[in-house]
Design a protein around this ligand. Structure first.
Ligand code: EPZ
Length: 430
C-alpha cells in the first residue's frame, strides 16, 4: 500500500507537460482491434493503470503489443481470436466495456463481463444496448454478468440516445464503422475524446462525420487498415493543474494542451479572479490572492466537466463568499466532501447541490481518495492547506494521473509517495 504525503502552503511555479488523454486512450486502444493490421499509437499515457489494464485486455483477446518508446505503442491485431473478456479484467475499469463495441464490430459477437470503474452512483448501460440493438444485434445479460451481444450481420441503424452518454456514443461508433450501411447517432456526446476516436477511426479508413456535434453519421466500410496516430492531450489532467496553480496562488504554464478544450474551466477561473492566458499549445494560470466565489453546473461537453467538479470545489472552499455547485451528470460525486470537511471546509450537500461557504484556509489532515477525481481534489487541497496532508487509497489517482509526484515536484510542491504497511489483519480466534 502507498500514500501521498504533502506539506502544503507552497505556491506552484514553472511549467508542466500534459500527458495524452486517458479517456481517449482507453477508447482508441480497443478500437485498434477493428483492423486486421498494425496501428502505431503515440502520446499514450502508458504508466497510468487504466491504460496498462486496457493493454492487458487487448493481449487477452490475442493482440500483440510492442512498446516503441515511453509513450508509443504498436498494436498488431492480426492474431485477435477471442470475443470474450472476463470480470478479472473488466472489474478494474469502466472503459473495458468498449471491448463490447470493438469485438462486436470485428466478429459480430462479443461476450464481455460488466465493467468496474469509479463508484459514481448507478452507471447503467441501457443506451449502449439500445445502440447495439439498433444495429441488428441481440443483447443478453448472462450468468456472471456477462453481456453477450451478437448479430448475423451488423447493419447500419438510427439511434437517438435518451441521455447524452460518452460511453454509449463511443461503443456505437465502434460497432458501426464496419456495419453494412449508414448509422446515425442523435443526441451524441461531444467530448474531445469522441472527436479523437472518430479521427483515429477515419485514419484507419472509416467514414465518420459530425463527431463533435450531436449528430454523428457513420457510413460502414468493408474493412479498416492499420495507421499511425497521436492521441490528444488530457483535458482533465490539464484542468487539474490549472486548478492546482490557482489554488496555491502560483504561476504555472500548462504545456501541450488544446486551449479550446479548456474554455469552460478557463472561464470559471477568470470569473473567480484568476489570471488565465491562452497561447497556441499552452495556457498560463496565475493566482491573484484569495479567489472570488462562483457557481458551477456540470454538463456534457462543452459545459463544465463533471470530472473537474471535485477539484473546483476545493478552490471554492477557500473563496470569498458562498458558491453553489450543481452536479448534472452523476448522482454520487460528492463523496470527497466528507474528506474536505476534515480539512476545515464548510460544505452542505443536498441531492445534486453542494453549497460551499468559503473559509479562510484549510488545514492538513489524513484523508482518502474515494475515486480518481476525488483523489485529484485531495491533492489540490493538500497543496494549499496549512501543514501536512496524507492521502490514502491513491491507487485511484494512479488510474488517471501520469507521474503526478514528479510533475508536482517539478513545480515546487512538497509531495512524496511513501509505502505504508498493510493494515494488521485480526484473525478470528474463536
Ligand atoms: C465517461 O464516463 C468518462 N469515462 C467519465 O470520466 C466522465 O465522468 C463521464 O464520461 C461524463 O463525462 C470515460 O470516458 C472512460 P456517460 P461514461 O455514459 O461514459 C447516464 C473519469 O474520472 N447513462 O457519459 O461512463 C449515466 O448514468 C471518469 O475520468 C445512462 O443512463 O459516462 C450518467 O448519468 C469518471 N445509460 C450519464 O448518462 C447509459 O447507457 C453520463 O454517463 C449510459 C449512461
Amino acid at each position: 500500500m502507498e500514500k501521498f504525503v504533502i506539506n502544503g502552503g507552497t505556491e506552484l511555479h514553472g511549467t508542466v507537460n500534459i500527458s495524452g488523454a486517458k479517456n481517449a486512450a482507453v477508447a482508441i486502444i480497443p478500437a485498434a482491434i477493428l483492423c486486421n493490421g498494425i496501428c502505431t499509437i503515440e502520446n499514450i499515457p502508458t504508466s497510468i493503470s487504466d491504460v496498462t489494464m486496457m493493454l492487458r485486455i487487448l493481449e487477452s483477446v490475442g493482440a500483440k503489443l510492442r512498446l516503441i518508446d515511453k509513450n508509443t505503442i504498436e498494436i498488431d491485431s492480426t492474431a485477435v481470436n477471442s470475443d470474450f473478456v472476463c470480470y478479472e479484467y473488466t472489474k478494474h475499469l469502466r472503459a473495458s466495456y468498449y471491448l463490447l463495441g470493438a469485438l462486436l464490430g470485428r466478429f459480430s459477437s462479443a461476450r464481455v463481463a460488466m465493467p468496474g470503474g469509479c463508484d459514481l452512483g448507478v452507471r447503467p448501460i441501457d443506451q449502449h444496448i439500445k445502440g447495439f440493438e439498433a444495429l441488428g444485434a441481440t443483447v443478453k445479460i448472462e450468468e456472471n454478468a456477462i453481456v453477450n451481444a451478437k448479430a448475423e450481420e451488423l447493419t447500419g441503424g438510427h439511434v437517438y440516445l435518451d441521455v447524452v452518454s460518452v460511453g454509449a456514443t463511443i461503443n456505437i461508433m465502434l460497432a458501426a464503422v464496419c456495419a453494412n450501411g449508414k448509422t446515425i447517432i442523435e443526441n451524441a456526446a461531444r467530448e474531445p475524446h469522441i472527436v479523437d476516436l472518430a479521427n483515429f477511426l477515419n485514419t484507419m479508413g472509416a467514414d465518420i462525420r459530425g463527431a463533435g456535434t450531436d449528430v454523428i453519421k457513420i457510413r460502414g466500410v468493408e474493412e479498416l487498415h492499420g495507421c499511425q496516430y497521436s492521441i490528444i492531450p488530457d483535458q482533465i489532467e490539464a484542468g487539474t493543474y490549472m486548478l492546482a496553480a490557482a489554488a496555491t496562488n502560483g504561476d504555472v504554464i500548462i504545456n501541450n494542451v488544446i486551449p479550446k478544450h479548456l474554455e469552460s474551466i478557463s472561464t470559471k477561473l477568470l470569473e473567480c479572479g484568476v489570471t488565465v492566458e491562452e497561447y497556441d499549445e499552452c495556457i498560463r494560470v496565475c493566482g491573484n490572492g484569495r479567489v472570488s466565489r462562483c457557481n458551477i453546473k456540470t454538463m456534457p461537453h462543452p459545459g463544465f466537466p463533471t470530472d473537474m467538479q471535485p477539484q473546483m470545489a476545493v478552490l471554492l472552499s477557500v473563496a470569498k463568499g458562498t458558491s453553489i455547485i450543481s452536479e448534472g451528470i452523476w448522482e454520487n460525486r460528492y463523496r470527497y466532501v466528507d474528506q474536505l470537511m476534515r480539512m476545515g471546509a464548510s460544505i452542505k450537500v443536498d441531492g445534486k447541490l453542494a453549497v460551499i461557504e468559503g473559509v479562510d484556509h484549510l488545514n492538513g489532515a489524513p484523508v482518502r481518495a474515494d475515486d480518481l477525481r476525488a483523489g485529484a481534489a485531495m491533492i489540490i487541497a493538500g497543496l494549499m492547506a496549512n501543514g501536512t496532508t496524507e492521502i490514502e487509497d491513491i491507487l485511484h489517482i494512479d488510474r488517471g494521473y501520469e507521474y503526478v509526484v514528479e510533475k508536482l515536484t517539478g513545480l515546487g510542491a512538497d509531495i512524496k509517495r511513501i509505502e505504508t504497511p498493510d493494515p494488521v489483519r485480526i484473525s478470528n480466534a474463536g
